[in-house]
Write a protein that binds this ligand. Structure first.
Ligand SMILES: [Zn+2]
Length: 417
């Protein structure tokens, strides 16, 4: 079987013919070149209006890299024609294997993008003997196509979350779809300001916002404000993961200042290695950590009291009725306000301020699963770690859409990966 026959099967081009492949002798890696020529009776297609137009002239031969075969590079060689189009002027023709600008064929871009979802971009480049930039361009191509062709109808629940990016206080705002049947990343924006989220929701569209039944976020004021204004028809749920995270942070603050105080008073550093005991839920503690927690409980320490308040708060999520949950919340807040644990009191005050949004959790019960935002948050962090070294916003944006966007791909006659 000849290579042309195989190519004809996997990458059929109606108006073009594959010529005789040739082995390139002086190439740095094994390479096969496949010349392409237009069919004799075929008219070139204008890349502007996509209509067949009379030919104008031919440009120099160009090389387009195709999917490698047995680790042998496969390169198409073709001299693009220019057409004389009455609407678009003298422009280059449209060819089915390439967008005309990239040195990679579209098939190869989809191939690299597919692998870049499984491997890191650096690994993908290394395995397929290409550059990191080519992998990035391929992912960009896949993401752009996917975003244009994705279907946003039927989105009823979204989660809005921020994620730390780079060092210091740099954030990205992420909008997820969290419907039971479809969970994916919908949008990414720089920073976590009102303007950020407003841009995102405007881009997703007015229709999109009015169809929403549930929105889920943390207590970040800018998000609360914009969601109330743009998705006022939806039930706004405060996310459980973020509230428990705030309580964890408060315990950590109490512990840190207590360590300082104990040290100052000359006590042994009993709290020094206890951070994880206090932050973890009891069922997640290892054997050794449980022993340490028991030891800690012997002291009447502020850290331990903070820990017990947090444990107590877990009961909140188990209520069925908003009314009883509300009663519990009020009592819990009152107890914490009587304590002298400043960081915990701060959280209690915030919870009081957002009481009605918190109770919406029970109105949306069964519709929004508890771990969903946390799950996405972890996945996003993992995707960022995998793409270590991404400093440009566009790159991290591409990586996150590519990993979490669940973006569609075109139907092709042959899948290369
Ligand atoms: Zn045209």
């Amino acid at each position: 079987m000849q290579l042309q026959t195989i190519l004809h099967r996997v990458a059929r081009n109606k108006s073009f013919v594959y010529g005789h492949p040739r082995w390139v002798e002086d190439a740095p890696r094994p390479t096969i070149e496949v010349p392409i020529r237009p069919r004799a009776n075929g008219r070139p297609v204008c890349s502007g209006c996509r209509k067949p137009r009379p030919g104008y002239d031919r440009l120099h031969e160009r090389r387009f890299e195709f999917v490698p075969l047995w680790q042998i590079a496969v390169v198409f060689v073709y001299a693009l024609r220019r057409v004389n189009c009455p609407t678009c002027g003298v422009v280059v023709e449209r060819v089915p294997w390439s967008d005309g600008k990239s040195r990679l064929t579209t098939a190869y871009q989809w191939f690299l993008a597919g692998w870049a979802r499984r491997l890191s971009w650096h690994e993908t480049a290394r395995v397929f003997h290409t550059t990191w930039e080519h992998v990035r361009d391929s992912v960009r191509h896949a993401v752009r196509w996917g975003v244009v062709h994705r279907d946003l109808s039927g989105v009823e629940a979204i989660g809005v979350d921020e994620i730390q990016w780079r060092r210091g206080h740099h954030y990205l705002t992420l909008v997820y779809q969290i419907d039971a049947g479809c969970r994916r990343l919908l949008w990414i924006g720089r920073e976590r300001t009102e303007a950020t989220l407003r841009d995102g929701l405007e881009l997703l569209g007015e229709n999109f916002c009015s169809n929403l039944r549930f929105v889920c976020s943390d207590m970040w004021q800018s998000y609360l404000k914009v969601l109330a204004e743009q998705a006022g028809g939806a039930i706004h749920v405060l996310d459980r993961f973020h509230i428990m995270k705030q309580l964890g942070q408060a315990i950590d603050d109490v512990r840190a200042s207590e360590v300082k105080r104990l040290k100052h008073d000359g006590y042994e550093p009993v709290l020094k290695h206890s951070r994880w005991c206090l932050l973890k839920r009891p069922e997640n503690l290892t054997g050794q950590q449980t022993v340490r927690l028991d030891e800690l409980l012997k002291y009447n320490l502020a850290s331990v009291r903070a820990y017990l308040h947090r444990e107590d708060f877990q009961r909140f999520w188990e209520y069925q009725s908003p009314a009883w949950a509300g009663k519990f919340l009020d009592e819990w807040c009152a107890r914490v306000m009587r304590s002298r644990l400043q960081p915990m009191k701060k959280v209690a005050r915030t919870l009081r301020t957002h009481r009605s949004l918190l109770l919406n959790w029970f109105r949306a019960k069964g519709e929004i699963s508890a771990g969903i935002v946390e799950g996405f948050n972890n996945k996003a962090k993992l995707a960022m770690r995998k793409s270590y070294g991404f400093r440009e916003f566009e790159t991290i944006e591409l990586a996150l859409y590519h990993q979490l966007g669940n973006l569609p791909e075109p139907e092709t006659t042959h899948r290369f990966c």
